[in-house]
Design a protein around this ligand. Structure first.
Ligand code: GLN
Length: 542
């Protein structure tokens, strides 16, 4: 069968959950037996988000092959339970770099290079790679931003061309909009949706389905009105009311028969009946009252929770599956340095320090780690959180406050964390870290080995610095165990303390591989240790 394409555009405002919608629709199709893949087209000019500040962009999501991508790819992987690859995130920067590279090599034989056809051809080529590389039968393509953005135009033009090239049966356009609520009259308004559809049509794209996001229930009259003004079937106007439970979205879309409609329009027969049993159970577990455990997430981007999207989701997955309610406290590490925010920290059952770069807030994180170690509070350190756990412990063991990572102090007498040798000569910042999936050998009898229950694991990385082996012996003598090591014995991937209920750090990012129904083993062990700290009897099946 020819690859089928579903294109997602956004209207009215951004950040209304277009990524989650695409991810959930991907799940509906997978449940009907189809192999799906999802691609995000990001109109910004950066080559990838790897060099962008988390304040600008949110989390940088890392794939198996080391691609640094948009956080929507995290939604796709988690909702659909798939593993995506580099071809699934395209930016204007990548497209232009490719075309300009070809032009410099003379590949265009003297032609004038233009947005149409050269840029749009390159965009279409990249869209077609997804099906070829993943073998997906249905490829979902989400365009970042909203209709009307200048940077988005070449992408939308490419999608427009694809309908005539691939045919109506092989393409479907879904427009995700927002219905504002006017408090004074108590009404939801469809006008902005009408305008954004008009804008979309003016560039030649007629949506086949409209997903209308709203904070309030949408009455049938409003659906009819959208259908009439925007020229879509009534069945294809899908109100999507904000839900407290993210993982309920596929169930809500299922109720609206979105899967049936899409397959009908694409001329496909479902290969099997969807089985939502597991999802329904998941949502039930989430909504059921449970004993609360308090976790402090100590970071420096806590004002923007999107910066720690996968960490938050992985904590939730572990909590749901352990039958506990997560009270997640976002603690600013810079505040801790100023002596503020400690009241929030005193009664927590677990402390987590996630990944990060640069020296701001480092000492606050180290203070939080020290608190976890001395008060015997369960601790999980991710990447930077592992490096700082080593720094804190080494300061204690060597009785020297100057112990540090050379990322923060080039002249430290004890560089327990140092630049990896192959990073020394690198000058370009983009895409040059140790990125993606690497194997890690677990040491039998450790907390890590117990959590995973296997000997060899593969986890995703994103770092330049690493543990300095010269310090292995002295730290080991004082109770630090290196429970995960690269198979060549060179790199410390997991460190833990033997004389502590649960104090463990990973050089990699386990949060990227957690799934709602399959929490990551290390997150699960951390949450279970936190539950124990809280005196909560846990039921490992939730
Ligand atoms: N800044 C540290 C490094 O580059 C940690 C990176 C991270 O936490 N992702 O090694």
């Amino acid at each position: 069968m020819a690859t089928k394409y579903i294109f997602f555009t956004g209207g009215v405002v951004s950040s209304v959950g277009k990524g989650v919608t695409a991810a959930a629709i991907g799940r509906l199709l997978k449940e009907r037996g189809f192999k799906v893949a999802v691609q995000k087209l990001d109109p910004y000019i950066n080559v990838d988000p790897g060099t962008m500040s988390p304040y600008q962009h949110g989390e940088v999501y890392v794939l198996d092959d080391g691609a640094e991508t948009d956080l929507d790819l995290g939604h796709y992987e988690r909702f659909i339970d798939i593993r995506l690859s580099r071809v699934c995130n395209v930016t204007t920067g990548q497209v232009y770099a490719e075309v300009i590279g070809k032009e410099r090599r003379g590949d265009y034989l003297g032609g004038t290079i233009q947005v149409i056809p050269h840029i749009t051809n390159e965009i279409k080529r990249r869209i077609s790679l997804v099906g070829k590389e993943t073998g997906a039968e249905i490829v979902l393509v989400e365009v970042g931003g909203t209709v009307g953005d200048i940077e988005g135009q070449p992408f939308l033009e490419s999608l427009r061309q694809l309908r005539s090239e691939l045919g109506r049966d092989n393409t479907l356009y879904i427009h995700v909009t927002w219905l504002p609520y006017i408090g004074a009259t108590g009404e939801l308004k469809t006008k902005p949706t009408q305008h954004s559809v008009r804008e979309l049509r003016s560039i030649g794209i007629t949506p086949d389905m409209i997903v209308a996001r709203s904070d309030y229930p949408v009455d049938p009259g409003l659906r009819d009105k959208i259908a009439l003004f925007c020229d879509v079937d009534k069945r294809a106007v899908i109100p999507m009311v904000t839900t407290q439970v993210l993982y309920e979205v596929p169930l809500l879309l299922e109720k609206e028969e979105v899967g049936e409609y899409i397959l009908e329009r694409l001329g496909l027969q479902p290969k099997r009946k969807p089985d939502w049993h597991e999802w329904q159970q998941l949502v039930q577990k989430i909504t059921k009252p449970k004993p609360v455990i308090k976790i402090a997430l100590v970071g420096k981007y806590v004002e923007l929770q999107d910066a720690y999207m996968s960490v938050r989701e992985a904590l939730k997955h572990a909590a749901i599956n352990s039958g506990v309610e997560l009270d997640l406290r976002w603690i600013h590490s810079v505040e801790l340095e100023k002596g503020r925010g400690w009241d929030q920290m005193r009664d927590v059952n677990g402390i987590l320090v996630p990944g990060g770069f640069g020296s701001r807030g480092i000492e606050g994180k180290i203070q939080a780690i020290s608190h976890a170690r001395t008060e015997r509070i369960p601790y999980l350190g991710l990447c930077l959180g592992m490096q700082l756990m080593v720094v804190e412990f080494a300061r204690f063991v060597l009785q020297d406050e100057k112990v540090n990572s050379t990322e923060f102090d080039q002249n430290t007498p004890h560089p327990v964390i140092d630049l990896m040798p192959d990073q020394q000569k690198i000058t370009d910042l983009g895409g040059t870290m140790r990125l993606g999936l690497y194997p890690c050998q677990l040491v039998p009898g450790t907390i890590a080995a117990g959590a995973y229950g296997v000997e060899l694991v593969h986890e995703r990385h994103r770092h330049r610095f690493e543990f300095k082996n010269a310090y292995r012996k002295v730290l080991q003598e004082h109770g630090m165990r290196f429970s995960g090591i690269s198979p060549d014995g060179q790199l410390v991937e997991i460190a833990e303390l033997s004389d502590h209920p649960f104090m463990l750090g990973t050089q990699f990012h386990p949060e990227f591989l957690s799934r709602p129904n399959r929490p990551h083993p290390l997150f699960l062990s951390f949450i279970q240790a936190a539950a124990k700290h809280a005196g909560v009897q846990i039921n490992s099946r939730g």
